[in-house]
Design a protein around this ligand. Structure first.
Ligand code: CA
Ligand code: CA
Ligand code: CA
Length: 409
């Protein structure tokens, strides 16, 4: 294993708005000389951290000092795993990056409970659809307004947003976002036409939060982090509008990394067309809210993504803690088809504990290790995952170590 980059914010300068930080030279990566022409190991992680709050401004208030216990636990979880790149779901979007920077500076950069600090010189945030008023009665309640009538469920704009932290430079000027892509523009989409009004059908956005293609510079290679957080398939009616949307939000990525013919319909928020260039390395990350076999989602969508010829699903992240919790909680967990070891979320039933969170690399990025951070109860770190009411989140951090090849000069 080669040493991973440990760059400081001071040595590089930061993040949003920066294209490639100018001070980064290949030497900064400090790869041992004898391995300079070899691949390097990079840890990618996904964590639905429940760092959303009930009202606008609350997250910034909570993060002003380093004393919020849940945020400390989230930071310690990340520090214990120490990923190079981590997508955090359920992190309220605040324009200008105040919340993202407060969490980085007051929590991640401060060693929690004896863990080493984690320095992330780069981060990426962008607006999301949650809580943004559509002006339409999307839930057919007879009135317009509230979380269910927003483009994505949320009580205020940005609730349940996302942030990416990275030790490697983010090519901010090359990021593509798909916040505004319309559901109707996906060929063969699953939109329930009997449920939605003609006006809603025209206006509905596919992404419940956003879909981002975020290129990350790793040595001389670029790996595209494909980030999203599809809607839970529940909180709807017999029309299953959220289950159908969840499936199409997942299918978006299958098309995006598929053949150019499959992705030709896609357009981004800047108006550029098409999907990922064939052969481009990527990592699909996110709380995709769909277990391949259990729970309420339309399983064919996540199965289709896992079976995509471009996705390496040969190794599934797992944990012993998930096996232990499934056994001790019992009930519907005993009826599940997916192995308990693959669970990433600790939900009451239905659906019980399921695989909801994913880190899916493209083929060619060799998987060295893949785990879910879910310690067993005898491990002191199990205080971070706990049992309901959870000290940190109802989701578990998922991580995958990848060999990023081709750093030859
Ligand atoms: Ca309504
Ligand atoms: Ca449903
Ligand atoms: Ca399960």
């Amino acid at each position: 294993m080669t040493s991973r980059a440990r760059l400081t914010a001071a040595s590089i300068g930061i993040a949003v708005g920066a294209i490639l930080a100018p001070a980064v030279s290949p030497a900064a990566y400090a790869v041992p000389t004898d391995q300079q022409h070899q691949s390097q190991q990079v840890r990618f992680a996904q964590f639905n951290a429940s760092l959303n709050r009930a009202s606008e401004g609350q997250l910034v208030a909570d993060l002003q000092t380093g004393t919020n216990e849940q945020a400390q636990n989230v930071a310690e979880t990340i520090q214990r795993v120490n990923p190079d790149v981590v997508l955090v779901n359920e992190f309220d979007y605040v324009e200008g990056g105040a919340a993202a920077e407060l969490f980085r500076d007051n929590y991640l950069a401060v060693g929690q409970n004896g863990a080493a600090p984690a320095d992330y010189p780069y981060y990426y945030i962008a607006p999301v659809n949650t809580g943004v008023p559509s002006g339409l009665d999307l839930d057919n309640s007879g009135t317009v307004g509230g979380g269910n009538d927003a483009y994505g469920f949320g009580e205020f704009p940005g609730q349940y947003g996302m942030v990416i932290y990275s030790k490697y430079p983010i090519q901010t000027d090359q990021v593509r976002t798909f916040q505004n892509f319309l559901w109707k523009d996906m060929p063969g989409n699953r939109m329930p036409l009997d449920y939605y009004s003609p006006a809603a059908q025209q206006a509905l956005r596919l992404s419940s939060k956003s879909h981002w293609d975020v290129p990350i510079q790793i040595g001389k290679k670029t790996v595209h982090l494909l980030a999203s957080h599809p809607t839970p398939p529940v909180f709807d009616g017999p029309e299953d509008r959220n289950g159908l949307r969840n499936a199409d939000e997942i299918r978006f990525w299958q098309d995006y990394v598929g053949s150019p013919a499959k992705s030709t319909y896609i357009y981004d928020d800047a108006g550029d067309n098409g999907g990922l260039k064939p052969g481009t390395p990527f990592v699909i990350a996110g709380d995709l809210n769909s277990d391949p076999q259990d729970g309420d989602s339309i399983h064919s969508a996540i199965q289709g993504l896992l079976d995509s010829p471009r996705v390496d699903s040969s190794v599934t992240p797992s944990s012993q803690g998930a096996i232990e919790q499934s056994a001790s909680q019992g009930g519907i967990n005993f009826e599940h088809q997916s192995p308990a070891a693959y669970d990433t979320a600790d939900f009451s039933e239905p659906p019980g504990n399921v695989r909801s969170d994913y880190v899916l690399p493209s083929k060619g990025l060799k998987i060295e290790d893949a785990q879910v951070f879910w310690p067993t109860s005898t491990d002191p770190l199990s205080r971070l995952t706990g049992v309901y009411p959870f000290p940190t989140s109802d989701h578990r951090l998922v991580w995958v170590d990848l060999k990023v090849p081709g750093n030859k000069q």
